[in-house]
Design a protein around this ligand. Structure first.
Ligand code: SAM
Length: 318
């Protein structure tokens, strides 16, 4: 009798459990749709056999990209590529960073090389939100560091005054430190800005020109999503947006890495097979078809300057 009752109970529970499972799957689907709508770009959620959700980033629009590249929670540490970039490409210059992700490298370039301005563009609005958040974090950190420095500076001046009781030195010391601050320190938020934009497909009027344009680890994504035409559009637009003598800094991903990402969407899978221009042809295209000139002392031969990730970075003059 007890066994019969237990079986009945189990039978009644089964449809209930199935219903709960269906509801939770629906909720997950809804969540993922909301995330897509928020980011403004299509991200996909793949179900594998264990029903684990796997997010796909069809534009290389990875979240926590710098956590992955530099190490988790280490966004404030310098990206190793910064070491191979030249200060003179950025100092006092108007710069554009195409495919800026969450803006960490854009901000580091502004901070280290004292750009006049730098605009970071990304196709993913969620990443642009992250970039603004990151900028606020850097600005806060910077002002805390400045305050700490000026406090210890003031303390040091006080100590000198006290020990030497030399009024001339004290006034000189104070005025020197304040003039140093006002001349060299502009708030990062006056220099750095971000905007959501699909660089390949946007039709903004060319009303602003740049001294330096960066395109770091973005060509593969543009190439896979918009094919050879997209790549040529990218290079041509960059050319048009540069002042004469302006610099294009390019870090292309190697062809072997395309294979790993070719299946992120149907579009990428189909473009992968029709791509004719391989990354090893980019230099030739930029020099012979677009009209750039190579910055000889930065890249030697085809290898270019190697970063910590063993990828060459090339620089070209307009
Ligand atoms: C792999 S990440 C590289 C981020 C950064 N440039 C770096 O190297 O540290 C590629 C970035 O390019 C962006 N992206 C891809 N296609 C784009 C497009 N058509 N317009 C603007 N951004 C794009 C992605 O959203 C992603 O954030």
């Amino acid at each position: 009798m007890a066994e019969e009752n237990e079986n009945k109970r189990k039978k009644m529970e089964k449809p209930q459990k199935k219903k709960q499972k269906r509801e939770s799957e629906k909720e997950e689907e809804q969540e993922s749709k909301e995330a897509e709508a928020k980011s403004g770009v299509q991200t996909q959620v793949k179900n594998n056999s264990n029903k684990k959700r796997k997010q796909v980033f069809p534009f290389g629009n990875y979240k926590h990209y710098y956590g992955y590249r530099i190490g988790p929670g280490r966004e404030v540490e310098e990206d190793p590529r910064i070491k191979v970039l030249k200060k003179e490409w950025f100092e006092g210059k108007d710069c554009l960073d195409i495919g800026c992700n969450s803006g960490v490298v854009t901000i580091q370039i502004a901070k280290n090389f004292k750009c006049k301005s730098i605009l970071g563009l990304d196709i993913d609005s969620g990443l642009i939100e992250d970039a603004f958040w990151c900028l606020r974090k850097f600005v806060k950190m910077e002002s805390a560091q400045k305050k700490q420095a000026s406090d210890s500076n003031a303390k040091a001046v006080q100590e000198v005054n006290r020990s030497e009781q030399c009024s001339t030195l004290s006034s000189e010391g104070t005025s020197k430190s304040s003039s140093h601050h006002s001349s060299e320190e502009r708030d990062l938020s006056d220099i750095v800005s971000f905007r959501r934009e699909n660089f390949v497909q946007s039709h903004r009027p060319l009303d602003k020109y740049y001294d330096t344009i960066l395109c770091l680890s973005v060509t593969k994504w543009i190439h896979l999503n918009w094919g050879d035409d997209g790549l040529i559009t990218l290079f041509t637009k960059i050319w048009r947006l540069l002042h004469p003598g302006g610099i294009f800094v390019l870090e292309p991903q190697p062809w072997e890495s395309y294979e790993k990402n070719r299946k992120v969407s149907e579009t990428t899978a189909s473009n992968y097979h029709s791509i004719m221009f391989r990354p090893e042809h980019f230099q030739e295209i930029l020099l012979d078809k677009i009209g750039f000139r190579k910055v000889e002392d930065v890249t030697s031969g085809l290898s270019g300057t190697r970063t910590g990730f063993d990828r060459p970075i090339f620089a070209f003059y307009k």
